[in-house]
Design a protein around this ligand. Sequence first.
Ligand code: UTP
Length: 270
Amino acid sequence: MKINKVVFPVGGLGKRFFPITRTIPKEMLGIIDKPLIHYAFEEAVAAGIEEFIFVTRRGKDSIEDYFDYMLTNSEYFHIKTGSVCYVRQSEPLGLGHAVLCAKNLIGNEPFAVVSADDLIVHEKSCIGEMIKHYNGSNMVASINVASAEVSKYGILDVAHETDKFLIAKSVDEKPSPKSAKSTHAIVGRYILSNKIFDVLGNLEPGIGGEIQLTDALLKMIPSCGLTGFKFEGKRFDCGSREGLLAAILHVANQSEALSCIIKNFYKGEI
Ligand code: UTP
């Protein structure tokens, strides 16, 4: 099935990066010379997506400025005029709320969501691979995490597992290691039925007082199903300082000029 639209939720506060994210959006933090949101956009373009919706908010104008430049003056992206649009999230009420803000721009079709703070590095576009395997159920990208880490993620309770897929019977946002049903965690790539907007619109705030996308996915399991996609590639949690640093080192290490700097650092020359 063709998925033509992607939502980039970029309305979060990025508290884990205070103070820099007081004035610079987390999604504009750099992996050497490109901001995180550049990689997310690139992944969506490589997936054949043609309409790009940013859910943005106060203080995030540099994202719009960046794409104004990228779409008109650079050799990076060649996409149709008018295919990028911005909708505001007036308050950071959670990822589920951010997705709900895109409702009027989606219409009657399934759509993709790509979170820029999950950087996934692979020759194949992760969201592109998910689109290829999309089967009509809500789909999330999934990785196996250490048991001590489950409380940072939405965790799938898996009824059936194959090489590529996890068929979930339930999902729980940020469970404790004791109560978690598995270590299969959701990371920031989704293909969602447009029916999710009705569910999100009627959802009470969940954990952290936020409208949680995971809670909507849970409510939709009986009608729509929920599939975890075991993607290929390296994923970096660039919403954390450790993950951002690891991503920068990984990308630098791919470049001859920059990997020398890393080697020199370990030799004690820097
Ligand atoms: P996170 O929960 O990781 O981001 O959301 P955050 O809230 O910005 O980060 P911390 O916890 O305060 O450090 C994942 C994605 O969802 C977006 C974020 O911008 C990020 O891309 N998001 C989150 C929104 O768009 N709106 C929100 O209200 C919350």
